[in-house]
Design a protein around this ligand. Structure first.
Ligand code: FDP
Length: 319
């Protein structure tokens, strides 16, 4: 079944707003275009840095710019969307054209961009929220207010995985006819996961209780996995279980998280939650935490319930 057919039939039957279907359809169109660009990036000279820094002081890659433009141009044409926030934009993009209510979309156009030059997996992440009047304020709603969330993963195949609060579904892009085809419906995270996913290079800068909890999980028979692209690490965790951790890392006198609330944490927490897993910011349910500002970064942990519970015992209960 194609994505368009699914959106028209299944989601309509479950009272999902027609506007949301159109937004997901537009995001899937952007995903097709980005997939095409990613596949040809080496040939088109799109590898490497664009020569500037983004709002997070990270080097912008040429494909970051290109994919940001694709997302902006397709989504700003959608008559139901009134505001956009991108990891690559300093400020929100107001596309309200006089409308005061509608939908707002936060996105990371190309997550894991350090993987571009080595033909590794990368992805686009999105989060859709309702907005009533003040776009800037409405972006700061907690994860549980999201109406739709998901990602497109560009890898050995291109898949779109999303939730509109009625389960998590995966559609795979058929390169022959350019259609996304349903490949997995109602995905549930298996609770038999043994994969522990984190950047070991940062371990010396984690809090002691954090590093010790991770060591205990490994001692329990964990197996290490880390691609360096959040979307790819998320997708593996969704399908195979286990735990992903990007804890706060020592910086100056304090500890800071790296992953972005709006563009990474909120949407992926929503998908994980819908698939029966858990996502945490510190020791709180990530769906309940509201960002304080647009580009806020936080520590992030997610995975299947069994292993995340064990992590919480090791990390927080036995201090
Ligand atoms: P990248 O910097 O390559 O864009 O938040 C971005 C991200 O990748 C995630 O996709 C990834 O999980 C993480 O950063 C990797 O960070 P480290 O290199 O510090 O492990």
């Amino acid at each position: 079944m194609t994505l368009s057919h699914y959106l028209l039939t299944h989601l309509r039957d479950s009272n999902i707003q027609a506007e949301l279907n159109l937004i997901i359809s537009d995001i899937s169109d952007a995903g097709k275009k980005i997939s095409h660009e990613v596949q040809r990036s080496g040939l088109l000279g799109l590898h490497g840095a664009a020569g500037g820094k983004n709002v997070h002081s990270e080097e912008v890659q040429k494909l970051d710019d290109r994919t940001n433009e694709i997302m902006k141009s397709i989504l700003s044409d959608n008559e139901h969307i009134i505001g956009l926030a991108s990891e690559e934009e300093k400020d929100i993009v107001d596309v309200s054209r006089g409308r005061s209510t509608g939908f707002i979309v936060a996105f990371d156009p190309l997550d894991g961009s350090s993987n571009i030059d080595i033909n590794g997996s990368v992805g686009t992440i999105f989060s859709v929220l309702p907005s009533w009047s003040d776009i800037r304020h409405d972006f700061l709603q907690p994860g549980r207010s999201q109406l739709a969330s998901g990602y497109v993963l560009y890898s050995s195949s291109t898949v779109i995985v999303f939730t509109v609060g009625k389960g998590v579904h995966e559609f795979t892009l058929d390169p022959d006819d350019g259609e996304f085809i349903l490949t997995q419906e109602n995905i549930k995270v298996p609770s038999t996961g043994k994969y522990i996913s984190y950047n070991e290079g940062h371990k010396a800068k984690f809090r002691k209780s954090e590093a010790s909890a991770i060591s205990k999980l490994m001692d329990d028979g964990g197996s290490a996995r880390y691609t360096g692209a959040l979307v790819a690490d998320f997708h593996r965790t969704l399908l195979k279980g286990g735990i992903f951790l990007y804890p706060a890392v020592k910086s100056g006198d304090g500890y800071i998280g790296k992953l972005r609330m709006q563009y990474e944490v909120k949407p992926l927490a929503h998908v994980m939650h819908e698939a029966g897993g858990i996502a945490l910011i510190n020791n709180e349910n990530a769906m309940e935490v509201a960002p304080d500002e647009l580009h806020e970064r936080v520590p992030f942990v997610f995975g299947d319930k069994k292993i995340v519970k064990k992590y919480q015992e090791y990390r927080y209960d036995s201090k």
